[in-house]
Design a protein around this ligand. Structure first.
Ligand code: HEC
Length: 146
């Protein structure tokens, strides 16, 4: 192989790498962040959904023990944390996403945490209602319908 064609091959190789990276980064938002491995689907399945289910179940009746309140606080704090992950690593594509994550999800879970601190069942339930508005608002635009 001549020196020239080796350079040629190297050039094409570099171009392919650049293209692949560009395409991957282009796809990265919404379904994945830019550099970290966690997919949005995994975040939902492993963190958001289980804790949302935990809250729903825990709020079916007024929590009757310290542990029950503690468990609500745990779920709410993890959902609150998820609202930050959703905004991180270049994942957020637009204002609909940002509002759902930083207003409905983050504020709803923060209000829920306050209600847990006060052991206020009615406030906890209404904060949970506000929190779940985030799910539908974001999914409406950004989750593919199956
Ligand atoms: C800011 C945007 C956003 C918010 C808020 C949000 N989601 Fe999602 N969710 C998504 C996106 C995007 C997908 C689709 C991911 C994909 O297909 O790669 C998704 C997918 C899901 C899935 C399917 C996951 C799977 O792959 O099995 C579940 C379950 C889910 N969300 C639950 C929830 C619940 C419950 C809430 C509210 C407590 C919520 N989500 C809030 C963006 C959001």
């Amino acid at each position: 192989m001549s020196v020239l064609s080796k350079r040629h091959v190297l050039g094409i190789g570099t171009l392919l790498i650049v293209l692949t990276v560009a395409l991957t980064v282009g796809q990265a938002q919404v379904k994945k962040g830019k550099s970290r491995p966690l997919r949005t689907g995994q975040l939902m399945k492993g963190l958001v959904k289980p804790n949302c289910d935990g809250l729903k179940k825990g709020l079916e009746a007024a929590p009757a023990s310290e542990e029950a309140w503690e468990s609500l606080g745990l779920h709410a704090a993890l959902i609150n944390e998820a609202s930050f992950v959703l905004m991180d690593d270049g994942r957020c594509p637009d204002g609909v996403w940002a509002d759902a994550a930083t207003k409905a999800l983050r504020q709803g879970s923060a209000d829920l945490l306050k209600a847990v601190e006060m052991k206020d069942y009615a406030a906890a339930k209404s904060s949970f209602g506000n929190l779940t508005k985030a799910c539908s608002a974001c999914h409406e635009k950004h989750k593919e319908k199956k």
